[in-house]
Ligand binder design. Structure first.
Ligand SMILES: Nc1ncnc2c1ncn2[C@@H]1O[C@H](COP(=O)(O)OP(=O)(O)OP(=O)(O)O)[C@@H](O)[C@H]1O
Ligand SMILES: [Mg+2]
Length: 465
């Protein structure tokens, strides 16, 4: 009998064919979903409505990764969630089999290869790179040494026009109280090597835009990381007449999506020089506020956008003094849910509800600009379903198999490549659509991790509050 190590076992997992090597599991237990390249055998299974990722791996590695992923989840870091480890597996002849690590499948996530296989614009690559940089800085802030930073070990989710990156492979990771500069440099060296290899690989496969150079990309990642780290942790010194700089620093950090838990402020004995060093914590202020108010669990940028909409709803309905939780409930039933339930059944798998609502708000803005007057949200929503959603690629798991897995030699193991070399990659209207907006989007996307630009904007006083 196999043994389950888990804080909370999903009992439906017990009946899976544990005595069969994972590579030979019958197709009826598996779901074909896009995934990254891996050394180990990885498969996805569906039990009830839940999808799990299974990885066959040596026992000490499986247990180490299980514990590390649990720690990362406890610390609220973006990573996949460990569900358990199955040990003491034997095949029908009594030979031992390697244990299996079980993680929850990260819904709506895309490995970078699926993103690139549809062809991506330069601007999209920049946003991916930013997401990766933020993930690495966040992990380092909590004292996590990754040890195997790579695109294959990262999953991406769309987040209100940007991307959010998640750690998927914690096999080599170590959690410390704090990382030394040397440890961070170690991760950066690994990142450089792995990412350079991965970008070259994409280039060789004709999947990288001609304008992009692997070496330049890797250097960009490194310099953005260093800038972000300096902004997050650097000591700033100024004289007593420049107190506003404390606030500017906090605002810049907020604009980068981080919260400041404490500011370590010291003055020299005559009070003329002030030193500040922020203690930055995990971002997520907006998503925590939104989940508290509405129960919607979203990415940070989506939450910010939805909260803006909630605030304008509040102003419009003249409820500034009403209880926030009550207004939020009204907004959810009057605004959010009607839009989400308008999606026809066959299009449900396309986008996650919060992303869909965000897209409808964007679409409405464009329509209103065109018309020179405000378009009602219901009207914008039906136009969006008709004109845009129906043409988008599917992101949800149930449908992913039909689109992204098309043409693979083995749909359960994308690492075996395409069955037919002449196979033409699926066309992605996301990219097509976006290219028209690229000109407008670019300054905003570039500004996200462009700390110099943030400093300038701050001096002009137009940072979000
Ligand atoms: N919980 C999950 N949700 C979604 N995708 C997942 C999940 N777990 C694994 N994957 C997919 O499977 C791929 C391989 O997983 P992982 O990186 O853990 O394997 P590995 O063999 O340890 O990799 P490496 O070769 O880097 O050691 C990932 O890139 C990801 O695409
Ligand atoms: Mg991996």
């Amino acid at each position: 009998m196999p043994r389950f190590l888990s804080a909370q076992t999903d009992t439906r997992l017990i009946t899976l064919p544990w005595s069969v090597p994972l590579a030979d599991w019958p197709a009826e237990s598996l779901v074909a979903l896009p995934r990254g390249i891996s050394r180990h055998v990885v498969r996805f299974v569906r039990v009830g409505r839940e999808v799990y990722a299974l990885k066959e791996v040596l026992e000490h590695l499986a247990i180490h990764e299980y514990r590390t992923l649990r720690d990362l989840t406890r610390l609220d870091t973006p990573s996949v969630e460990a569900q358990g480890v199955v040990t003491e597996r034997y095949d029908s002849a009594g030979n031992p089999l390697d244990p299996i690590l079980i993680t929850r499948h990260l819904q709506f996530s895309l490995p970078y290869r699926s993103l690139f296989s549809r062809g991506v614009r330069q601007d999209t690559v920049n946003r991916l790179v930013d997401a990766m940089v933020v993930l690495l800085a966040r992990l380092h802030l909590i004292g996590f040494l990754w040890g195997d930073v790579s695109l294959s070990n990262t999953l991406f989710r769309r987040d209100a026009g940007a991307f959010a990156a998640y750690l998927v492979d914690a096999e080599t990771g170590e959690l410390h109280d704090q990382l030394s500069d040397g440890q961070r440099e170690h991760d950066l060296t690994i990142a450089r090597t792995n990412l350079f290899g991965e970008f070259c690989d994409l280039e060789a496969g004709g999947l990288l835009d001609d304008a992009l150079d692997p070496l330049v990309l890797v250097e960009t990642i490194e310099s953005r990381y260093r800038e972000l780290w300096a902004e997050l942790t650097g000591v700033e010194e100024f004289d007593g007449t420049e107190m506003h700089r404390i606030e500017s620093r906090v605002r810049r950090l907020n604009a980068l999506g981080f919260d400041v838990a404490e500011l370590d402020i010291t003055t020299d004995f005559d009070g003329s020089t002030i030193r500040i060093q922020p203690k930055v914590v995990d971002a997520g202020h907006h998503s925590r506020r939104l989940i508290r108010l509405t129960g919607l669990d979203t990415e940070e940028n989506q939450a910010r956008r939805l909260l803006n909409d909630l605030d304008s709803y509040r102003a419009r309905t003249d409820q500034q003094n009403a209880d926030e939780a009550i207004v939020a409930h009204q907004w959810l039933t009057d605004r959010f849910e009607p839009v989400v339930t308008m999606v026809p059944g066959d299009l449900r798998g396309k986008l996650e509800p919060a992303e869909l609502y965000h897209e409808v708000l964007e679409h409405r803005w464009f329509l209103s600009e065109d018309a020179g007057k405000e378009i009602p949200v219901e009207e914008a929503a039906s136009s969006y379903m008709r004109e845009v959603l129906a043409k988008l690629p599917d992101e949800q798991i149930a449908l992913a198999s039909e689109t992204t897995m098309l043409g693979l030699a083995n749909p359960f193991d994308p690492s075996q490549g395409f069955a037919d070399d002449d196979y033409v990659k699926p066309y992605d209207p996301w990219e097509d659509d976006a290219s028209e907006e690229a000109a407008e989007e670019a300054p905003q996307a570039a500004a996200f991790l462009d700390i110099a630009a943030l400093r300038n904007r701050k001096s002009k006083g137009d940072l979000p509050t």
